[in-house]
Design a protein around this ligand. Structure first.
Ligand SMILES: O=C(O)CCC(=O)C(=O)O
Length: 258
């Protein structure tokens, strides 16, 4: 059975990460990875960061996403710089979740050095906070900077892993579905015009669904496997912090970005 593995913080090891990279398991969920009270502090600060836009549903994310800037590097790096200052304010005086995720990964792979990705002295964006409101879903897609990010030096990584920290849950929906199928170039014929892929791409592939997330849970997955997030319902927005890890095997180096 291809199933998401739930572990606690003490059980994490390099083997589990290897299993994600090889596709043996779709994802790991680390329960209570980040403390709930700090999640609440972050949510309150996000609301204050842009009160009007939060209330009228216009604030969709904080921090740029490289995949939305594949042909506009200049803007991506400008926005990335600005996002670092915003994150500093949001995480001021509490444990920075980005650092906590990096420390957690470093504990799993102590032989690797981990740092924020940079290119010609430009730092990449360290993370993206996503605010998903009622009715929002994320269609079937994959994330693969080696293919999508050809303009960026980062596209030279060997492997990519995705980390999603849950900060607030919606009343219902917002489930993560993962398919036992890796993206390959021939699949581009199934690509939608705007974003994601037609469901034909995962036809007859085994899938698994994770639906009971709580604030503070961390999901680690191989984003080259097709995945989607089901429709969110209810008045409470689903808020997550996402970041990627890129592995340079030969140099035992991990870089992070969003
Ligand atoms: O929010 C999630 O659970 C997954 C987000 C996602 O699809 C991604 O990071 O590629």
């Amino acid at each position: 059975m291809w199933e998401i593995v739930e572990i606690n913080r003490l059980q994490v090891d390099g083997i589990s990460l290897q299993s994600i990279l090889s596709g043996k398991i779709p994802a790991i969920v680390i329960r209570n990875f980040y403390d709930e009270k700090s999640c609440q502090t972050i949510i309150n600060r996000i609301k204050n960061h842009s009160q009007n836009n939060f209330q009228n549903g216009k604030l969709r994310h904080i921090g740029p996403f490289l995949m939305s800037h594949t042909t506009d590097k200049k803007k991506y790096f400008e926005d990335a710089k600005q996002s670092q200052r915003i994150f500093e304010r949001i995480f001021c005086g509490i444990k920075n979740p980005i650092i906590q995720i990096c420390d957690g990964i470093n504990n799993m792979l102590p032989d690797y050095a981990i740092s924020l990705a940079s290119e010609f002295q430009n730092d990449y964006s360290p993370a993206i906070i996503r605010i998903h409101e009622n009715g929002k879903s994320i269609p079937i897609h994959k994330d693969n900077v080696r293919f999508e990010g050809k303009e960026y030096a980062l596209s030279g990584i060997d492997h990519q892993i995705s980390c999603v920290l849950h900060l607030q849950e919606s009343e219902s929906g917002g489930d993560l579905v993962m398919y036992d199928k890796q993206w390959k170039k021939e699949d581009e014929k199934f690509r939608n015009i705007d974003f994601g892929y037609s469901s034909n791409v995962i036809e007859s592939s085994e899938s698994c669904k994770m639906s009971n997330f709580s604030a503070g849970d961390l999901v680690i997955m191989n984003p080259n496997y097709y995945h989607k997030v089901t429709k969110i319902t209810g008045d409470t927005t689903r808020i997550t912090l996402g970041m990627f890890l890129g592995f340079y095997q030969k140099d035992s180096k991990i870089v992070t970005w969003a």
